[in-house]
Design a protein around this ligand. Structure first.
Ligand SMILES: [Zn+2]
Ligand SMILES: [Zn+2]
Length: 658
């Protein structure tokens, strides 16, 4: 509890706590709301000090920087109309309408940054004024800033009747004044490092009928080294873009011939099939049975599932019509079929066709089914957002008292799967989403289901966070988030309890009491879609996939034509051990073959010359250059074959005995 004089400000409060804090302070929170340091405090308010270390600090700093950018733009391009300039994730932007004839490109950034730097060096104070609407309108009309005028007029117009807008706040730093809600840091000098990054077009208010503006993006940090690290991360992300890597490694491509659907090359297909095989094999060990359900379903199924009403726009519809041609739609024939966007309803339909007893439960159906979703073309993004994909999807039909064990099993399955990719357990976050406001079923049911999920997490020793109220209306769920090597978060797995589907599809099993009971459905995916997972994995590893997943494990490079037979004989032996081998028998120099193999990221290569051909040995060279001692082909085949079979990483070799 601080005792402060009347009219004391946030800065006074920080000073009362300590001079160190006063220096570190950027702004304060008053009853949870952010305020400038120099605004007077209310009595009895609960305050917090925002410093560089606070979560909100960067957002505040970037908002400050957006104002500095606008100031610099007005210095350099008088007559520019300014629109809005908010902080965004990882940075900020400001929208401008430049005077007639001014065309900006990123070559102008250096001059703008230099001008911004002057404003930063001058340590301009951010001065807040609360002025009447009339004063503010007069001011911006006089300055010929029509966007600011429109913003104020709209504020007034859209205010609720019981809380009319009579004043607005302005912030001034140096020569520049902006309409702004605030808050801001104390002065521009706190902007330790900033950078302008790109230019884009943006319509005023996002409305394509209105003026097209120029949006300048930038970012800012407190420290130069933080900015440098951020820019390096961006550069790494650019180099590791899976669309670029997919092309370089020859894995897949996209074409206007099928927007939003990947064309997988033989190498890419290998990777894809390896992942499907992994899910199949691990599922087999855990009592899953694979099924195949149709691609195209009658509308009646989608009406039962609720998709026809709620999800129709996202599905690809078609019609059998009378003639059953695509032209039917144009002739006004109504769609009566749809491609599946998910496997669930097909599995329910399949489950219904058997008379299940409690002894059969749980029933675990898995299906790497082909799915289609009608994503907008603007939303498509490489493998991350596609129209056609395939998930490691499964549905478990369980009795109420089996939920806990089955979810425990799903989480074990997830962990065992992730381990094979060499992911670090610390990079996973397990999120438990609990009952929402609007929900199906009784409180007892939710208590039990949420309790089961908690216990399943604890059974697997998994720390988790709880998202209260974020569950679906039909049941709680666990989502599994993965943080990649570039610090980005991706949802990989999910386990969802569903009490609604069994009702809608009238799913039953015969209980020990000989009467019908409803099962509970668990929706479960661990990798998510294989497409997206491959994209994530490529960006996470920069294309250096786990050894077992590589489209080719070993490349054999011949020294000359006369070594071709020996190379093929060795390749055959390695293939018999389960390895994927490529032979480079071109009449190129060995040096060139080595360089090209390096670029293709094949994890191991070996040169086949006289010595290897005669001695039937291999000297393996790892991607990156490390060499192993020469070994008999049979030994190499056994060691590497086991690594692929067990899906283990390649061990570091034993140091050579002297
Ligand atoms: Zn502002
Ligand atoms: Zn499902």
């Amino acid at each position: 509890m601080l005792d402060l004089q009347d009219g004391a400000t946030g800065a006074d409060a920080a000073m009362a706590i300590g001079p160190g804090l006063a220096r570190a302070a950027l702004a304060i929170t008053v009853n949870g709301e952010q305020r400038d340091l120099d605004r007077p405090l209310d009595d009895g308010a609960e305050i917090g000090i925002i410093t560089e270390r606070s979560d909100e600090a960067l957002e505040l700093l970037r908002h400050d920087t957006a104002h500095v950018l606008a100031a610099a733009i007005l210095d350099l391009y008088p007559g520019t109309k300014i629109a809005i300039g908010p902080p965004i994730e990882h940075g900020f932007y400001y929208d401008f309408q430049f005077p007639e004839g001014v065309v900006l490109n990123d070559g102008d950034f250096a001059a703008i940054e230099a001008k911004m730097q002057e404003h930063v060096k001058a340590d301009e104070h951010f001065e807040r004024e609360d002025v009447s609407v009339e004063t503010a309108l007069e001011r911006f009309r006089a300055e010929e800033q029509p966007y600011k005028v429109e913003l104020i007029e709209d504020l007034v117009k859209n205010a609720p009747a019981d809380a009319p807008v009579e004043t607005v706040s302005l912030y001034t730093n140096g020569p520049f004044t902006d309409l702004c809600r605030g808050p801001h840091g104390p002065g521009t000098k706190r902007i330790g490092a900033f950078k302008l990054q790109s230019i884009a077009g943006a319509y005023w208010r996002g409305d394509s009928d209105r003026q097209q503006l120029v949006r300048i993006y930038g970012t800012a940090f407190f420290k130069k080294k933080e900015l440098t690290a951020h820019l390096e991360r961006l550069e790494l992300a650019r180099q590791r873009d899976h669309r670029k890597l997919g092309r370089e490694l020859g894995l897949y491509h996209f074409s206007e011939a099928a927007p939003g659907s990947a064309f997988w090359t033989p190498s890419g297909t290998r990777i894809f099939n390896e992942l499907v095989a992994l899910s199949r094999e691990m599922g087999d060990d855990r009592g899953y049975t694979e099924v195949k359900t149709p691609q195209l379903f009658d509308a009646s199924l989608w009406k039962t599932s609720g998709h026809w009403d709620k999800y129709r726009d996202d599905m690809f519809l078609t019609s059998t019509g009378d003639a059953g041609t695509a032209a039917d739609e144009h002739r006004g024939v109504e769609a009566n079929m749809a491609f599946k966007p998910m496997n669930c309803p097909g599995h329910y339909e399949l489950f219904r066709q058997t008379r299940w007893s409690w002894r059969d439960m749980p029933v675990r159906f898995s299906e790497p089914g082909l799915l289609h979703r009608n994503e907008l073309s603007g939303a498509l993004h490489g493998l991350m957002r596609v129209r056609q994909f395939c998930q490691d999807d499964a549905h478990l039909f369980v009795m109420e008292d089996q939920i806990q064990d089955e979810v425990t099993g799903c989480l074990e399955f997830a962990k065992a799967t992730y381990d094979l990719f060499g992911f670090d357990a610390a990079d996973f976050t397990y999120e438990l989403s609990t009952r929402p406001e609007n929900r199906l079923g009784s409180d007892e049911m939710w208590d039990r289901a949420e309790g089961d999920l908690r216990t399943a997490l604890e059974n697997n020793d998994l720390p988790y966070v709880v998202h209260e109220g974020d569950g679906a209306f039909y049941g709680p769920k666990i989502d599994i988030q993965f943080r990649d090597s570039l610090g980005r978060s991706w949802q990989l797995g999910t386990v969802q309890i569903d009490y609604q589907a069994p009702e809608r599809f009238d799913l039953v099993y015969t209980g020990a009491d000989n009467s019908d009971h409803r099962p509970v459905v668990l929706h479960r995916a661990l990798l998510g879609s294989y497409e997206r997972f491959i994209g994530i994995l490529l960006e996470h590893t920069g294309g250096e996939l786990p050894f077992w997943l590589q489209p080719a494990h070993v490349a054999l490079l011949t020294v000359s034509d006369r070594h071709a037979d020996a190379a093929h004989a060795i390749a055959k032996e390695l293939k018999q051990a389960g390895l994927r081998v490529v032979v480079d028998g071109r009449t190129e120099t060995v040096g060139r073959k080595i360089r090209e193999t390096e670029l293709s990221k094949v994890p191991l290569m070996a040169v086949i010359g006289d010595q290897e051909a005669e001695g039937h040995t291999l000297t393996l060279r790892h991607h990156g250059g490390r060499e192993e001692p020469a070994s008999p082909v049979a030994d190499v085949a056994a060691t590497l074959g086991a690594a692929v079979q067990d899906r283990t990483a390649l061990g570091t070799p034993e140091p050579a005995a002297d």
